[in-house]
Design a binder for this molecule. Sequence first.
Ligand SMILES: *Cc1c(COP(=O)(O)O)cnc(C)c1O
Length: 223
Amino acid sequence: MPGVQRLKAISENMEKWRSKSSLAAREVTLIAVSKTHPAEALIPLIEAGHRVFCENRVQEAAEKWPALRERYPDIELHLIGSLQTNKVKDALALFDVIHTVDRPSLVDAIAKERSRHAGRCGHFLVQVNTGEEPQKGGVKPEELEELMRYTDTHASCFTVSGLMCVPPAGVPPAPHFALLHTIAHGMNLPYLSMGMSGDYETAIRFGATHIRVGTAIFGERDL
Ligand SMILES: *Cc1c(COP(=O)(O)O)cnc(C)c1O
């Protein structure tokens, strides 16, 4: 099935799950995960009306998206991969939403760059390492409050709009989504980025506002 048809099938499935759950968000945005896929693979989706994409690497996004944006200025681009402080300037110019704020040094780098340039980026999400996996980015749940306080006091030029998580592989994701939902609700944060190809239905049941789907749209990645 071509990507455009899969995208349509996923959108219909999303609505089905959304309407079934009392925790579900009023609106759920499907972010197409375009990492590793060349521009040619994305154009059919854009031509069919899809506008929201995400990448996990700043460099790859910088190579791919400026030319596409010239043709399609209303593209919305999200960053879902870890962000090094030396890439903050480029990231703020490229992305509309950054999902991976996870440490004070990154908060400082974003604040410093934004005080010079408003940039494009309007929304920042904190990544929470709900499974406390050492190899994964994200702040530990018990350190989240401290990072939020740090952001409030050290970075007056931006606010946190929500939370993001990637549950550990091979375990049921529902407890992780439930935890993120509870924390975000308690902090009054409107955005919840959770759910990928294998678990987006569950994420929608637990209140995801943004799901990040790659494989289910484009097929398996080569890289
Ligand atoms: C690659 C990636 C996705 C998409 O995963 P699929 O299983 O291909 O849908 C979602 N979120 C993050 C953070 C990713 O790195």
